[in-house]
Write a protein that binds this ligand. Structure first.
Ligand code: 13P
Length: 254
């Protein structure tokens, strides 16, 4: 059966790339390329470039956000950034629980849960990232890992707030490796996450919640991924760094 036309959400995660000048030049070139696109386009840019990129995208529909934040409102946390500081810069959303944060900076589910809560409370849209490692998949633990991450990262999040966030399924083995999940693998895990949301938060939340796929998305595979029933959007790393490939992804999917 044909799916009703959905508005895909395409998020570029620039990670630790681009100076202010590079970032502004990028969005100035990107905006005219994607003017006709129906996709909701988000960019998670380095903190240093948020304000300038927010200025540069004025008059377009591009939404700008951050890649991380602390769970405290303020305090003695050297090197950290608070929600109100991101809001100050004009950010609208924040990536939380990205596997690079979990792996390199030892963030655990409880910490990520406090951040999700803080972001929702203080008015920033969280994009919660979940996903299994290659080892966990090989051991047949993918569903167990996703259940644990969803359960713990969303612990005590009130059902009335759940549709303010998005979930990104990013299998760790597919990030930056060029080894994308098959559409069947991705769809199965998205369906699993949606089912978990339905069981936990009810059918309305599960119908409304956007679940994005991330991991080695390119202009060649983006459209096929988005055809899957439970894939509502894409979280793009490497291919979001060039205007050409990112605009191709956006225009090929909407
Ligand atoms: P790649 O698209 O480079 O695999 O990165 C995915 C990612 O981590 C997006 O958050």
């Amino acid at each position: 059966m044909d799916q009703p036309q959905k508005q895909p959400v395409i998020i570029g995660n620039w990670k630790m790339y681009k100076t202010i000048e590079e970032a502004v030049s990028f969005v100035n070139k990107l905006a005219p390329e994607i003017k006709e696109s129906k996709a909701a386009v988000y960019l998670a840019v380095p903190y240093t470039a948020i304000k300038s990129v927010v200025e540069a995208v004025k008059g377009t529909s591009i939404v700008v956000g951050g890649q991380n934040m602390n769970d405290a409102t303020q305090g003695a946390f050297t090197g950290e950034i608070a929600v109100r500081m991101l809001l100050d810069l004009g950010a609208h959303f924040v990536l939380l629980g990205h596997s690079e944060r979990r792996r390199f900076f030892h963030e655990d589910d409880a910490f990520i849960n406090r951040k999700v809560d803080r972001a929702l409370t203080d008015g920033l849209q969280p994009i919660l990232c979940v996903g299994e490692t290659a080892e966990e998949r090989d051991q047949g633990k993918t569903e167990e890992v996703l259940t644990r991450q969803l359960k713990e990262c969303l612990n005590n999040i009130d059902p009335s707030r759940i549709d303010s966030l998005m979930i990104a399924y990013e299998p760790v083995w597919a990030i930056g490796t060029g080894k994308i999940a098959t559409t069947e693998q991705a769809q199965a895990m998205h369906q699993f996450c949606r089912h978990w949301i339905q069981e936990t938060y009810g059918p309305q939340a599960s119908a409304q919640l956007k679940i994005l796929y991330g991991g080695s998305v390119t202009p060649e595979n983006a459209a096929e991924m988005l055809k899957q029933a439970d894939i509502d959007g894409l979280l793009v790393g490497g291919a979001s760094l060039s205007v050409e490939s990112f605009s191709q992804i956006i225009t090929s999917t909407s």
